[in-house]
Structure formats: structure tokens, C-alpha cells
Design a protein around this ligand. Structure first.
Ligand code: FES
Length: 116
């Protein structure tokens, strides 16, 4: 069953927002990026060390809003695919999360557990 995240209007374009998702006793960080009128979601875990990516709360994009940026060692990820193109984990991917939009609300489509 989908989990409601927030109204689509709550995330500016470009912009990003983090969420805590509770599944039983396990809580997983995810984040959503809004860019060019599209939304993308990933588990908030850098493939380099597993660290969360944001440099400030809800800030997942680089200065130009062109890439997702890891604040720990500055890895850069392509927004629409999660592919790392710079930094210590080049060619690794962020773990994507499936989103739905219904009635201008972002929903998380859970097809399994988010944690690895
Ligand atoms: S933890 Fe993300 S680049 Fe090192």
C-alpha cells in the first residue's frame, strides 16, 4: 500500500526533501528531488560509505541544482538515474525508490523493504 509523503507543491523545482519511512521497527531515510517538473526518489545512503547525503536538512543538490551531491566526499550523482559520475564511487548507483503522484500528492510505492 502506498505511503503518502507530501503535496507535490511542497518541494520547489529545483529542490529536494528528505523523509523518514517506518516499516515495522526499521526506519529508512529516503529523499525526493524535484527537477524540470519531474520527481525522483532514492534511499538516502551514499554507495561509498552508506552515509546520508545531505549537507543541510533537505539539501541534496549541488550549488547549481544540476546533480545530487554527497556532502561527505562530494560524490555527484545524475538526478534522473542516481548514477555516480564524480567522486570516490563513480559508476555506482543510488538505490531508486518508486514514486506515484495522485491528486497532486507524492506517494511512495513500496514493493519491498527499503533497507539492504
Ligand atoms: S560518503 Fe558519499 S562520497 Fe564518500
Amino acid at each position: 500500500m502506498p505511503i503518502s509523503l507530501c503535496p507535490t507543491s511542497e518541494i520547489s523545482d529545483p529542490g529536494s526533501k528528505g523523509f523518514l519511512i517506518e516499516q515495522g521497527e526499521i526506519t529508512t531515510n529516503i529523499f525526493v528531488v524535484h527537477k524540470d517538473a519531474r520527481f525522483y526518489a532514492f534511499v538516502n545512503s551514499c554507495p561509498h560509505t552508506g552515509a546520508p547525503l545531505e549537507w543541510l536538512e533537505h539539501q541534496f543538490l549541488d550549488r547549481d541544482n544540476a546533480f545530487i551531491q554527497c556532502s561527505t566526499h562530494d560524490a555527484l550523482f545524475i538526478i534522473d538515474s542516481g548514477l555516480c559520475v564524480a567522486g570516490p564511487c563513480v559508476d555506482d548507483h543510488l538505490t531508486p525508490v518508486e514514486l506515484l503522484i495522485e491528486n497532486d500528492t507524492l506517494l511512495l510505492q513500496l514493493t519491498g523493504r527499503l533497507h539492504k
